[in-house]
Design a protein around this ligand. Structure first.
Ligand code: ATP
Ligand code: MG
Length: 266
């Protein structure tokens, strides 16, 4: 397993946002995480990426290393990148500068490289630029490199957020509702970009998503959370028939039409 989470919990005062959760992610898979609002999906990402610390007893093992309690930059350096539900795009900075922020944990031409002389700095910069241009190509923003990110459309901003996470050269990419607010065409575009990136860089992907079409069409396995607990897990086709999953959705945010669409989705 690339990621092995066991007994993970997180409380906020009296509220248990994530409760004794076990989660195993196989290398190369695309895992969907679904569940009603407030079921703990984003908190789970915040725990894995080190934004929050888990309660004692929880354990997170990534690529064979116990990373429990590591600060977020150490976790990022080991190859876990994530996007945020609310985009953290720097609107005044250019698209390229936004991408460069993602590279931060890997930039090596610090004091050591500087003392080695300018050649290695130049090589590093050259390599970085090439990598960046390739990434810009993948997210379809090559022509926008120098434009302030604030001028991008919502669809382009979502692609930029994806690119910035990719700039960290992750092994595991965690996307928190990457397609929220997008038109169907842009949802498809984002999804095909994720799949292309996965192919190119051999990624493992975990996607939190409310758009069930996305989950049903692109995930190998789906994990369903409710009140911070895992209530179901399995292939998309099996999950959609699970009565606990249907109840969790029926009782909460989904309207009748959405539930019917969910049940029909294959
Ligand atoms: N920093 C925080 N402080 C206090 N409570 C929090 C905090 N973050 C999350 N919560 C609470 O924990 C629970 C789980 O929240 P979380 O954001 O993980 O849910 P979610 O499944 O991502 O929901 P959504 O689908 O709305 O994004 C919610 O009740 C939420 O209000
Ligand atoms: Mg959330």
């Amino acid at each position: 397993m690339l990621l092995e989470v066991t007994g993970l919990s997180k409380r906020f005062g009296g509220l248990v946002a994530v409760s004794k959760l076990d989660l195993s992610i196989r290398e190369g898979e695309i895992r969907g995480i679904i569940g009603p609002n407030g079921s703990g999906k984003s908190t789970l990402f915040n725990l894995i990426s080190g934004v929050y610390q888990a309660e004692p007893g929880g354990r997170i093992v990534f690529a064979g290393e116990d990373i429990t309690g590591y600060p977020s930059h150490e976790i990022a350096r080991r190859g876990i990148a994530r996007t945020f539900q609310l985009l953290r795009i720097f609107t005044q900075m250019s698209v390229l500068e936004n991408l460069l922020i993602g590279y931060h944990p890997h930039v090596r031409y610090g004091s050591a490289a500087a003392t080695l002389g300018s050649a290695s700095v130049w090589t590093e910069e050259r390599r970085l630029k090439d990598e960046m241009m390739e990434l810009l190509g993948f997210i379809g923003l090559t022509d926008y490199a120098e434009i302030p990110a604030g001028e991008l459309s919502i669809g382009q901003r979502r692609l930029l957020a994806l690119g910035r996470a990719m700039a960290m050269r992750p092994k595991l990419l965690m996307l928190d509702e990457p397609a929220a607010g997008l038109s169907p065409v842009n949802v498809d575009k984002l999804l095909s970009t994720v799949l292309a990136l996965k192919q190119r860089y051999g990624l493992t992907v975990v996607i939190i998503e409310h758009i069930l079409k996305v989950v049903m069409e692109s995930c190998d396995t789906v994990t369903v959370l409710e009140h911070g607990e895992k209530i179901a897990e399995g292939a998309p086709a099996a999950i959609k028939d699970d009565h606990r999953v249907i109840e969790a959705y029926l009782g909460k945010e989904m309207g009748d039409a959405e539930v019917r669409a969910f049940l029909k989705a294959s």
